[in-house]
Design a protein around this ligand. Structure first.
Ligand code: FES
Length: 107
């Protein structure tokens, strides 16, 4: 089960084990990560599951699809080069240790 480190805007770190095959968003919601709103439930329609990926991990992730790219322009906190929508990222064993930073707000 891959472990993911979520870093809050204040710097607090929380390491959570998320089932292989789940999305990052599903794992965050399951573990009550308050900074992930996920209003559309993973339908790639709300942009309230925005996260910033630790740059060291960016190259290990699949490139965002066109729909994710478009929606990243609608995040509450402006997108950066390392922005992703957590509902579009499936956990695999290779992502064990992934570090993501949470934005200050999602709406
Ligand atoms: S949960 Fe709505 S876009 Fe990710």
């Amino acid at each position: 089960m891959p472990k993911v480190v979520f870093v809050s805007p204040g710097g607090a770190r929380r390491e959570l084990a998320i089932a292989d095959g789940w999305t990052l968003m599903e794992g965050a919601v399951q573990h009550n990560v308050q900074e992930i709103a996920a209003e559309c439930g993973g339908g790639c329609a709300c942009a309230t599951c925005h996260v910033f990926i630790d740059p060291a991990w960016l190259s290990k992730l699949p490139a965002p699809a066109a729909a994710e790219q478009d929606l990243l322009d609608c995040t509450a906190v402006p997108r950066q080069e390392n922005s992703r929508l957590s509902c579009q990222l499936k956990l695999t064993p290779e992502l064990d240790g992934l570090v993501v930073m949470l934005p200050e707000r999602q709406t």
